[in-house]
Design a protein around this ligand. Structure first.
Ligand code: IMP
Length: 469
């Protein structure tokens, strides 16, 4: 019996179904309080694109569930299957693990057409159709419609991904958004389509857009969405809660990063959701007590796409090196990412908000070949030294980084790094397998932040990650 069946078919007679995952139902009901298994939260600690997908993909081996809890298809990760490269924006990274169930959680905004095309691509590569079997969409998640995309395309300030994320969250906050769980009620209600269209067209006109929404199209679209997703729309928070009670491991996969958080990021140059730990359980529909591990993903340097200040941004040969060697182009928009030195001020802020229990350092290999490495330890703002990020965007733009400089280490090919990682993991060496200056760099970051590294990434391959525990 799957957890899904269990949740919706818990027998009224506790003896009626005596074999539930090896427990008698009576034992199951009493065990529920004894075997809560903690969930692991995986979060970007910088401005997104830290490599969450790759880490979730690795950890999903031991997880029964991967759930997203915020954002939408502004996120992106790449999965390579044979000679096919699949880019996913909505499907959680656990999609490649057949035993892993997937949740698109309460706090998300979901573009049904993007999800449909990701699923079609997945099925074309020989994958299963997971809808309603191992992929569930929260009844509370909001729907991105063509109207939201049209509104987002008008952005000229933030440098958004243009996917309709902000406008869909605006409708949610204004309490006029459309949720998956409401589809059954409104899909065949002509008066809903009529009034929604009038409202959308008033907003488009006021915003200076030429796009207009037609009543018939909107009605057909919501009927299509309802038909496609009906079998997978569920109370996903309840499913996760029950899974945890069945001792199943749940990964809560963040999107974007702490500095793009609507409350704690570099406002207004942020995304429209809470990307941080506080929202991981809330946006997934479970309580915070389930979480014990919070892994902060951070590159060994820093990148940003879109507008807004980035104190350690480099416009020199070192920045060129990071962009070229690190292939720093956005998965969602293909935009070139801005690159800079590791910023401990940013990371201290992210740690205060998220309380990381460990760091997963990624892309250390990209630093190979640079003579010396810089780490930003503080900022100078209007002549004074500060160690915390200012909340004002203009003050952050005036901050100048104060660096410590450490020796660099030599470059290696991806194959050579892979050998280092495999040797380290086979022999339990952790980072002692790295060249001495690279080890020193990692130790320096750990001691500046007071957080241990649980893994260090040295290449794009699934195996090119050194386990530190
Ligand atoms: P939005 O999320 O599309 O509204 O974009 C708001 C800001 O967040 C822009 O600067 C985007 O470039 C940035 N952003 C959104 N999602 C990601 C991501 O997954 N990685 C990096 N930046 C992102």
């Amino acid at each position: 019996m799957t957890v899904y069946e269990l949740v919706f078919n818990i027998p009224s007679d506790p003896h009626a179904n005596d074999e539930v995952k090896g427990h008698s139902s009576r034992a199951f009901l009493t065990d529920l309080h004894l075997i809560d298994m903690p969930a692991t939260v995986i979060l970007g600690a910088q401005w997104g694109d830290e490599g969450k997908g790759k880490l979730v993909d690795r950890l999903a081996e031991q997880a029964s569930w991967v759930a997203r809890f915020q954002g939408g298809n502004n996120a992106g990760h790449t999965v390579v299957i044979g000679d096919r490269v699949l880019k996913f924006h909505l499907l959680p990274s656990g999609i490649t693990r057949q035993e892993c169930s997937l949740i698109l959680g309460d706090g998300m905004v979901i573009d049904p057409w993007v999800l449909h095309s990701e699923l079609e691509n997945w099925i074309e590569t020989g994958g299963d159709d997971p809808k309603g079997n191992r992929l569930f969409v929260s009844e509370r998640a909001h729907i991105i419609l063509p109207y939201h995309r049209a509104m987002d395309s008008l952005d000229k300030t933030i440098g958004t991904t243009g996917r309709g994320i902000g406008p869909a969250y605006s409708d949610k906050i204004n309490r006029i958004g459309l949720r998956f769980g409401d589809l059954a009620e409104i899909a065949y209600d002509a008066s809903w389509a009529q009034s929604a269209t009038e409202r959308m067209n008033r907003s488009l006109e006021a915003a200076g857009s030429d796009v207009r929404i037609e009543v018939e199209s909107l009605q057909e679209e919501v009927q299509w969405i309802h038909g496609i997703y009906e079998s997978s729309i569920a109370n996903t928070g309840l499913m996760l809660d029950n899974a945890l009670k069945l001792n199943e491991h749940v990964i809560l996969e963040g999107a974007q990063g702490c500095l793009l958080d609507i409350d704690q990021g570099t406002f207004p140059f942020v995304t429209s959701s809470v990307t941080s730990r506080g929202n991981a359980t809330h946006g997934a529909g479970i309580h915070p007590g389930h979480v014990t591990d919070v892994i902060g993903i951070t590159k060994a340097y820093i990148t940003r796409v879109g507008n807004g200040a980035m104190p350690t941004e480099l416009e020199d040969a070192a920045g060129e090196h990071l962009g070229t060697v690190g292939h720093e182009f956005g998965t969602t928009t293909g935009r070139k990412r801005r690159c800079g030195w590791f910023d401990a001020v940013v990371m201290r802020h992210a740690h205060r908000i998220n309380g990381f229990t460990s760091l997963a350092l990624t892309k250390l290999d990209v630093l190979g070949g640079l003579d010396e490495l810089k780490i930003c330890v503080a900022y100078e703002l209007d002549g004074a030294e500060i160690t915390e990020m200012p909340s004002s965007a203009s003050a952050l733009a005036r901050c100048k980084p104060i660096y410590m400089t450490v020796p660099g280490f030599e470059s290696k090919t991806l194959e050579e790094w892979l050998v280092v990682a495999r040797h380290a993991n086979e022999n339990g060496l952790g980072i002692t397998s790295l060249p001495q200056p690279a080890q020193d760099y990692v130790r320096q970051l750990e001691s500046l932040l007071g957080i241990p590294c649980s893994s260090v990434g040295v290449g794009p391959d699934r195996d090119a990650t050194i386990d530190c525990n």
